[in-house]
Ligand binder design. Structure first.
Ligand code: DON
Length: 304
């Protein structure tokens, strides 16, 4: 497969595509990012790298971090102890919605909506010695890149505008589904979302989901069984109320973030990341979705 040729044609197609997306502004610092940024990186199972554009530039991974947090939690805690506190069903609602939590007794639909990710943070805080440091070290391990860190401006900016996530935490606490101090959980969640990575870093990290839980230098991060489950949750819940649309158009398990990144995998084939900050009304990168739709169309294969 000539992946570079395919990426080159995606790049030229995107450059002429009319777009209407808007860069996220509810976290003010994210609105500072140039909307024209565009990068894509594909890491193939035989260790080849293919890319175009701003694929080495750091951006805010935001909700893509939820996949890493779930992976770390599942590598340390038995599934039954996680999934009694957070379900594995698509929500069909926006990522930051409160409504289902009220009538579902504080049990979030899945680990990728904000409520579910906050429960995963609570679980990690209970078991990690130094949650921030341990989480960052986990990212270093799966990427092989020890320079990865948070963007402190994004961290502080989200801290000042986190009322909705605080509301989710309070509601879940009232149902007994948060055990640690609310401020501590909120802080750790905002910290993980503020991590800055490039398309190349993210594709390298996501290779574990394409390679049965192992890095390409054969470090086992998580079992095949758990990798299969994480990929299933990405497929059904990775794009919130647009998970169906992403499956329909792209046909790969993936995860988006409001920083404009999307990472996806084709099991046994590749991990791919695209970054374009303007988002569609559901909070997913508009051009990113288009790029990945083209990728599965031009390669002629998806998981379906
Ligand atoms: O909690 C938030 O609102 C952000 N830190 C993350 C949201 C996000 O990335 C949703 N994804 N598309």
């Amino acid at each position: 497969m000539d992946y570079q040729k395919i990426l080159d044609s995606i790049q030229s197609e995107l450059s002429v595509l009319p777009h209407t997306g808007k860069v996220a502004s509810y976290i003010p610092e994210l609105a500072q990012v140039e909307s024209e940024k565009l990068g894509m990186h594909l890491y193939s199972i035989n260790s080849e790298h293919y890319s175009f554009g701003d694929s080495n530039e750091l951006f805010s991974i935001q909700s893509i971090s939820k996949v890493f947090a779930l992976t770390l939690a599942m590598s340390l805690v038995e599934d039954k102890d996680i999934f009694k506190r957070v379900d594995v069903e698509p929500s069909g609602d926006p990522f930051n919605s409160l409504v289902q939590l009220e009538y579902e007794n504080g049990i979030p639909r899945n680990p990728f909506i904000n409520a579910g990710a906050l429960v995963i943070c609570d679980i990690l805080i209970s078991i990690l010695k130094d949650p921030r440091k341990d989480f960052l070290e986990f990212i270093h391990k799966i990427t092989g890149n020890k320079t990865i860190n948070i963007n402190t401006k994004v961290y502080e900016s989200e801290k000042a505008y986190s009322h909705r996530n605080a509301a989710l935490l309070n509601l879940m606490k009232s149902f007994g589904n948060i055990t640690n101090n609310l401020e501590t959980v909120l802080d750790f969640y905002i910290y993980q979302c503020a991590i800055a990575m490039s398309c190349k870093d993210l594709s390298t990290a996501f290779m574990i989901y394409a390679n049965a839980g192992k890095t390409l230098n054969n470090q086992k991060i998580i079992s095949f069984q758990k990798t299969k489950r994480i990929n299933a949750i990405m497929q059904t819940c990775g794009f919130y109320d647009e998970a169906g649309e992403f499956s329909f158009r792209v046909g790969l398990p993936g995860k988006s973030g409001v920083g404009g990144g999307i990472s996806a995998i084709h099991p046994g084939q590749y991990a791919v990341t695209v970054w374009s900050p303007p988002l569609n009304p559901k909070g997913n990168s508009e051009l990113g979705m288009h790029a990945l739709e083209e990728l599965t169309t031009l390669t002629g294969f998806s998981i379906f």
